[in-house]
Design a protein around this ligand. Structure first.
Ligand code: HEC
Length: 105
């Protein structure tokens, strides 16, 4: 990673650059997706106060499937549906991979 980091810093925003799941979780995206961390916690442990379930350590496929359903309006609250719909498929995969890689709470 230490070797590749300068390359990533020098060439931001190129089409081949995969979306940064951690960045979306912490800051949302430019398409109106709110930062997941605001409700699910930066560590993905969920938050009873917001009603957001834990996502950390779930299989990426489970998170991806849940987001795809919500993006189609087939599950979830209206807030979560609009967030899911604001993620591109690549961004959905990136946030799912990020949460899947966090330790279970
Ligand atoms: C405004 C608060 C809020 C934000 C921001 C938010 N969520 Fe949620 N999320 C919730 C709540 C509340 C639920 C549970 C109710 C529901 O399913 O809609 C939920 C449910 C989910 C679920 C379904 C879990 C399951 O077991 O079915 C997933 C997956 C999810 N969120 C992912 C995300 C991701 C990824 C982001 C960031 C791109 C995000 N959420 C941002 C509040 C939020």
């Amino acid at each position: 990673m230490r070797v590749f980091l300068p390359v990533l810093v020098l060439l931001p925003g190129l089409a081949w650059a995969a979306p940064d799941g951690r960045d979306i979780v912490l800051h949302g995206n430019d398409n109106g997706a709110l930062p997941c961390a605001a409700c699910h916690g930066a560590n993905g442990a969920g938050n009873p106060a917001t009603g957001a379930p834990a996502l950390a350590g779930l299989p990426a496929g489970v998170i991806t499937a849940a987001l795809a359903d919500m993006a189609k309006g087939q599950n979830g609250t209206p807030t979560m549906q609009s967030i899911a719909a604001a993620l591109s498929p690549a961004e959905t995969a990136a946030v799912a991979a990020y949460f899947a890689g966090l330790p279970k709470p």
